[in-house]
Write a protein that binds this ligand. Structure first.
Ligand code: HEM
Ligand code: HEM
Ligand SMILES: [Fe+2]
Length: 474
């Protein structure tokens, strides 16, 4: 991917390293989608690949690849913007490159182990060498430690480059937030056989990532990208950014309580979780307004001059503003009150929210950053959306929305039949699984998954060719 770049116009090694991260991210994104398709087919035909490639493995690789590709794209985005914001090369670029290869080798080994060792007894050694069994962050402990080392190198680069170079508001937020983001990973690393305690800490990583630190992270990306793409005024985007930081942390940190309703934690979490997580959509509205406001304002400021320097990146960032609000804000709010969650907990409703939120809040803007990377690599002033760019964004977004609707219907059926009508036991679960509404929903999810995948193929083709095409046209 992106390897066909002949005219590498990037001045900074840090930015080239950023593109290397983007390439791996894209490959893992593809792997994620394929695994999702396998798991989706297994929902319809449980015997599909049974004994060879079980649902549990397809699902695990699907969601771990998701987290890892996003982390790759995030690191890539930081290495890409670092010299731009600070005005200097990353201080330890050699070490940074080494860390990239170490991480990539480790990820490859971990995935191969997942694929080839699917079943067996769960022993102490399993945690060390095969799988920690913590959804989304299943890497075995040896890899965990490796990840910590790689992240320390990454953070060393970001922090000391920041200290040495220019200090913008965007980078100040980035540097502080990355410390919290990386530090939280440690909460998911130690083992206890008390399942309540294990879940208690596991949510520190999962929730405090996606509803606090990752959100602040994309806030900084949006700020940076708007400056690059539409010449948004730095004072304005930075003002928004600080407001968002305040609100995101204000609601997101205690919003953690919405995962502590039923896992054996004290009941005061019902009130705390209900109140603070219900406030979480507020900063998401602010982020939405931020992007659209800046866009409208800067368009006006430039009159009829072509104000958008990177069409596809801008389109993905606007999709991010909508998607974050819808997937996290609306679909999250639906089931966040304990009175509702007691029925929806762990149904396909959760999966509907998980898909739209991860896609809307993160996949979109990270894809936007990849387009910015391609523009930089080819050194083109202006990059217009091609037919492939449009097909990519349309099919992927339509596909994920379609999957979300299908899963929401499946979740609704589970709430009504499995939970409300039949009381939510083991039999109730299987009765609900066998009903036509569930089956139809699962069929539609698979169809929409294929649509998403076709969009992904367009995306890869576009990222490979749009740079050269823009060079020719300019
Ligand atoms: C971009 C931000 C977000 C992402 C990526 C995200 C993603 C997810 C995912 C993947 C799960 C399922 C976790 C599991 O496997 O158990 C989940 C659960 C949940 N999310 Fe979010 N979420 C986000 C924001 C929000 C917001 C803003 C709210 C509330 C306003 C919310 C409310 C919930 C609730 C209540 C659950 C638990 C569902 C259950 O009981 O089964 N989420 N989220
Ligand atoms: C080809 C498209 C895709 C298909 C067919 C697909 C299918 C699946 C399936 C079958 C599961 C397991 C659900 C379960 O255990 O009930 C799953 C889980 C999940 N997928 Fe996907 N997926 C696709 C794309 C995506 C994308 C684009 C994202 C996010 C960017 C995503 C995020 C997730 C998450 C967060 C979960 C865990 C949800 C939860 O347990 O609550 N998937 N997916
Ligand atoms: Fe949460």
């Amino acid at each position: 991917m992106l390897t066909s770049i002949k005219n590498n116009n990037l001045q900074f090694e840090s930015q080239k390293l950023g593109l290397m991260y983007f390439r791996v991210a894209l490959i893992l994104f593809g792997a994620q989608l394929l695994m999702g398709l396998i798991a989706a087919i297994q929902f319809m035909y449980p015997e599909f690949l049974y004994g060879l490639f079980d649902f549990s493995v397809a699902r695990m690789v699907h969601i771990n690849a998701l987290v890892v590709w996003m982390l790759y794209a995030m690191i890539g985005a930081v290495y890409y913007m670092l010299p731009d914001e600070t005005g200097i090369e990353a201080v330890g670029i050699g070490l940074g490159k080494l860390a990239f290869w170490v991480l990539t080798a480790a990820v490859t080994v971990v995935v191969l182990v997942y694929i080839f060792i699917q079943i067996g007894p769960g022993k102490e050694s399993t945690i060390w060498f095969i799988n920690e069994g913590r959804e989304y962050i299943e890497a075995p402990r040896w890899a965990d430690i490796g990840i910590v080392v790689v992240v320390l190198i990454f953070y060393y680069n970001v922090f000391f480059t920041f200290m040495k170079g220019k200090k913008t508001g965007v980078m100040t937020v980035m540097v502080a937030n990355l410390l919290a983001l990386a530090g939280l990973y440690l909460a998911g690393m130690f083992f206890t056989d008390n399942i309540s305690m294990d879940q208690y800490w596991w949510w520190w990583v999962i929730h405090l990532w996606v509803e606090a630190t990752w959100e602040v992270f994309v806030g900084t990306l949006a700020a940076y990208a708007l400056i690059k793409i539409i010449d948004a005024k730095r004072e304005i985007v930075e003002m928004w950014l600080w407001i968002e930081v305040l609100m995101l942390f204000g609601s997101g940190i205690l919003g953690l309580g919405h995962h502590y309703f039923w896992i054996g934690t004290p009941e005061y979490w019902w009130e705390i979780g209900a109140l603070f997580s219900a406030l979480e959509p507020v900063p998401l509205v602010a982020m939405f307004v931020h992007v659209l406001y800046d866009w409208g304002k800067e368009q006006g400021a430039h009159g009829d001059r072509p104000a958008i320097k990177n069409g596809p990146a801008m389109a993905w960032i606007v999709t991010n503003a909508f998607g974050n609000f819808l997937g996290a804000g609306i679909w999250g709010f639906f089931h966040t009150l304990p009175q509702v969650n007691i029925y929806t907990h762990g149904t396909q409703f959760t999966a509907a929210h998980g898909h739209l939120a991860f896609f809307g809040a993160y996949a979109t803007i990270l894809i936007g950053m990849m387009y910015l990377g391609v523009q930089g690599a080819y050194g083109v002033e202006r990059m217009k959306a091609t037919f492939k760019s449009k097909m990519a964004i349309f099919l992927i977004t339509f596909g994920v929305l379609g999957m979300t609707v299908a899963l929401t219907i499946a979740g609704y059926e589970q709430v009504l039949v499995e939970r409300a009508e039949l009381g939510g036991g083991w039999d109730a679960f299987f009765t609900a699984q066998a009903l036509p509404w569930m089956k139809q929903a699962m069929t539609w999810r698979t169809i929409m998954g294929v649509v998403t995948f076709i969009g992904f193929v367009y995306l890869v083709l576009d990222l490979l060719t749009i740079g050269k095409e823009s060079q020719k046209n300019s």
